[in-house]
Design a protein around this ligand. Sequence first.
Ligand SMILES: [Zn+2]
Ligand SMILES: [Zn+2]
Length: 122
Amino acid sequence: MAGIDCCYKCAKELPDEGGFVTCQGCDECYHYGDCSISLSTYNGMGSKKKASWRCEKCREHKDTRKPREDSSSMDATLTPNEMLKVRSEIADVKSILVELRDQMKDIIKSQQFLSAQYAGID
Ligand SMILES: [Zn+2]
Ligand SMILES: [Zn+2]
């Protein structure tokens, strides 16, 4: 039985040449229907497409490997003007945070006041 490949999906023996499809990514073979392609779809593809067919597993891998977003280059590419803008934006955020903090203090204070009242009642 040497030389007979098995379907990667169902692990059954593959038919003769042409009766299955080979993934160009992982080199695994599949029955038509055990992968995302049917025989008629495969036959309808051009030879170029046939030669570059990849199974779902390989395509998933390709999809998840998205091009890296350039978040780290943000600081490096800022011009002095942009830097000033970012700084003022950060200052804005800071002032909002300070405001929030003060409000929180008030809330905590009133909470403490209330619980002190309750403690007094008991
Ligand atoms: Zn199969
Ligand atoms: Zn594959």
